[in-house]
Design a protein around this ligand. Structure first.
Ligand code: GDP
Ligand code: MG
Length: 162
């Protein structure tokens, strides 16, 4: 079977936008409303002729209840079972307490993680991405899921990790 690349992070960081960017079509649901992607949704993807399964997840939230709790459990299932996790952070906001809590869950899952610094829409924002080294997940890879900036370089890194 194709390796599974799961896209996880707190609500509204741009997970579904990145999935759409990688797929090259508007397949994943993107909205300003957090928690729109409720389940783990998988897509067949390829880059440089290599196939992989791309998994979009809903927003991970600590202390979630009701619907948000099941979304969070689905995201944690993806964290444990993927071959590699793309952990998405909103660089325009910076690392939040919620991001740090998600990192703790990721550590326990023991799945390899690539740190994606999303919303780096221009060169000026790249220095903000460097601040995300503080999360302890290694090098942050700056991308703009919205505009495509850095997404090819990210995919090269993803495939090298598989
Ligand atoms: P998700 O909840 O993590 O799946 O986030 P979405 O993909 O639904 O995106 C949430 C919001 O962030 C939407 O308004 C997107 O247009 C916006 N967004 C996503 N990626 C970027 C980006 O690279 N740059 C900017 N400026 N906005 C983005
Ligand atoms: Mg989404």
């Amino acid at each position: 079977p194709a390796p599974v690349v799961a896209v996880v992070g707190r609500p509204n960081v741009g997970k579904s936008t990145l999935v759409n960017r990688i797929l090259g079509r508007r397949a994943a649901v993107v909205q300003d409303v957090p928690g729109v992607t409720r389940d783990r949704v998988t897509y067949d993807a390829s880059w440089n002729g290599r196939r992989f399964t791309l998994m979009d997840t809903g927003g991970w939230e600590p202390d979630a209840s009701g619907m948000a709790a099941s979304v969070t459990l689905q995201a944690e299932h993806a964290m444990r079972n993927a071959d590699v996790v793309l952990f998405i952070v909103d660089t325009s906001v910076g690392a939040t307490v919620t991001d740090e809590q998600a990192v703790r869950v990721l550590r326990k899952a023991k799945t390899p993680v690539i740190l994606v610094a999303n919303k780096v829409d221009d060169a000026r924002a790249e220095s903000d991405a460097a601040a995300l080294w503080s999360l302890g997940l290694g090098e942050p890879y700056p991308v703009s899921a919205l505009h495509g900036r850095g997404s090819g370089d990210l995919l090269d890194v993803v495939l090298e990790s598989l």
